[in-house]
Design a protein around this ligand. Structure first.
Ligand code: SAH
Length: 537
């Protein structure tokens, strides 16, 4: 028997044979592990409009099969190891034919994978999700369907148009404008649609808009019926054109509106005058770049998007373990022996406690040390672990923290000869060490992480930035600034840099890009506030 497994070498042959056989059975079980395909509605574009179940599945996906979605950001939710397969249309190539997509899903499911098939809006509303489900059913591959919010309803809602309203109608019809109106065998019943009462909603109809409107009026649709087209609905680049069934096609053409767009026909369109909420948000129409790590981007992006901005998540840095892991571990293990623990970033808190709980089971093992945090973000992270902060500066920078210790001498007593463990990133400035040492403290450093350049651009943000530029690029640390400019992307005309605080501002100036927006309080809240203020001007 030949066997290259070193753990088995040296055993008696009978035992080794048993182990090899067992391993084979396990492998066989693995290969028989049931795959499953989730036909998942990604919603119309705003990532906040995906279901809770949907997000859960994306976060656990082994393979993502997706096409040109309105929001590429959803891809960032998938685990790093997840395989991402694009099957849609791109400038340089055609979409994969539907039969090939079906076959791919069947193949992946049979290979035992947890596959998430992301589909815009709802998978069963003109998404060909029905065909994919049929193929999976026929092949005996398990599948589940997670409905999504369809653009047919969400698009009008974000444009201020309720698809039903007691004042106007008791029904609505959704139809596709994709079929050839003049084709004899067309299953599209425009006569029926024209005769139907209530709101009419057309998807995939931008190319044939004029033909469809003409046919509808030909079949008796009142030409003065209000109508609207909403492009890229629910995203920061949403555009809406209104008119009537007669005037809409020309107005759409003049405005240069194309796919993807939802067309709404009906008296409900009148409500837009009073109900258009989304397009009035303070950052609507602004394209803003977020350069933080993929893991941290969400906090800022969500805030900006909720204010109506189009957000490009372009992570320029990522967190990595510290160069000296052993020293870090020693700091963590001995943390309980210090008088003070000083945290100068939320990342430091997170890394520290990940390591801490790998060693200890109980938060009380942290001992009686008092705790200092550099700002509210760091404080909030500490709170997640049930820890309150004893000292925090007024100005959320290292200098502010040193000053806070100086100023608090009456309250906390002298810190001379007190022992400090400073939990920090590898690139942090020395201000805290120097400042506290000057006050007579004994400071040990606990380097919890290091930042390195992010080399991947899974959501295609860099390409989007090159093509379409941006109004604002946000910088939340010196390292985001340094690494952003290393990418060598062209700086768009009129684009502003927004800085979180004085240290980042200094770095930006060195890089030749002085920020025109600066946060007053040096945290995410302060940054968002400054951006809103600047946008209002
Ligand atoms: N299953 C999708 C529809 C797929 S067909 C859903 O439920 O929304 C594709 C069409 O959907 C596009 O041609 C367009 O008419 C519409 N659409 C999808 N996303 C859109 C968006 N963000 N804004 C406007 N229309 C959108």
């Amino acid at each position: 028997m030949s066997c290259d497994n070193s753990a088995i070498n040296g055993m008696n042959p009978g035992m080794a044979g048993f182990i090899v056989a067992k391993k084979r059975v396990m492998e066989l079980n693995d290969s028989m592990q049931q795959g499953i395909v989730y036909l998942l509605g990604a919603g119309p574009g705003d990532p906040g409009l995906m279901t809770v179940r949907g997000r859960e599945l994306v976060e656990a996906a082994e393979v993502l099969v997706y096409d040109a979605l309105s929001s590429a950001e959803l891809l960032n939710w998938a685990p790093a190891a997840c395989e991402r397969i694009f099957v849609g249309k791109r400038a340089s190539r055609h979409a994969l034919p539907q039969e090939e997509i079906n076959a791919l899903l069947v193949k992946l499911g049979r290979a035992g994978k947890k596959v998430v098939r992301l589909k815009g809006g709802d998978p069963y509303v003109f998404g060909r999700g029905g065909e994919e489900a049929d193929a999976l059913h026929e092949a005996g591959v398990p599948f589940e369907v997670i409905p999504g919010i369809t653009s047919a309803i969400a698009g009008p809602a974000y444009a201020g148009i309720p698809v039903t309203h007691r004042k106007y109608c008791t029904q609505f019809t959704v139809f596709t404008g994709h079929e050839d109106v003049n084709k004899k065998e067309s299953s599209l019943d425009l006569k029926g649609i024209a005769g139907a009462q209530g709101t009419k909603i057309m998807l995939m109809g931008m190319q044939k808009l004029a033909d469809v409107c003409e046919a509808l009026t030909g079949y008796g649709q009142e030409p003065s019926t209000p109508a609207a087209a909403i492009q890229w609905a629910t995203t920061g680049i949403q555009r809406t054109v209104t008119g009537t069934v007669r005037t809409l096609p020309a107005k759409v053409q003049k405005a240069g509106l194309g796919a993807p767009a939802v067309v709404v026909i009906g008296d409900v369109v009148k409500e837009r005058d009073s109900l258009a909420w989304f397009e009035k948000l303070p950052l609507f129409g602004k394209r803003i770049v977020v350069t933080r790590t993929r893991a941290q981007a969400g906090e800022l992006s969500v805030r900006l998007r909720r204010l109506g901005a189009e957000v490009l998540e372009m992570p320029t840095i990522r967190m990595a373990p510290p160069s000296n892991k052993r020293e870090f571990a020693e700091g963590v293990v001995h943390a309980h022996t210090y008088d003070w623990l000083v945290f100068s970033s939320p990342n430091g808190v997170e890394r520290f406690f990940q390591a801490f709980f790998a060693v200890y089971q109980d938060i009380r093992s942290i001992g009686g040390a008092r705790i200092a945090a550099i700002g509210p973000g760091t404080e909030a992270k500490l709170r997640e672990y049930g820890l309150a902060v004893d000292i925090m500066p007024k100005k959320f920078v290292a200098e502010g923290l040193v000053k806070a210790f100086k100023d608090a001498r009456e309250e906390i007593g002298t810190i001379e000869h007190s022992t400090f463990l400073w939990v920090r990133g590898e690139e942090a400035r020395r201000v805290i060490y120097d400042g506290l040492t000057a006050l007579g403290a004994i400071v040990d450093e606990c380097i919890a992480y290091r930042t390195e350049a992010e080399t991947e651009d899974v959501a295609g943000a860099q390409a989007a930035f090159r093509e379409r530029g941006a109004d604002i690029v946000t910088f939340t640390s010196s390292s985001t600034a340094e690494n952003f400019f290393k990418l060598g992307l062209p700086w768009p005309d009129g684009c502003k840099a927004a800085s979180i605080g004085p240290v980042t501002t200094a770095t930006l100036k060195e890089l030749g890009r002085a920020p025109s927006i600066t946060a007053k309080t040096h945290d995410i809240n302060g940054l968002v506030e400054a951006i809103v203020k600047a946008a209002g001007k």
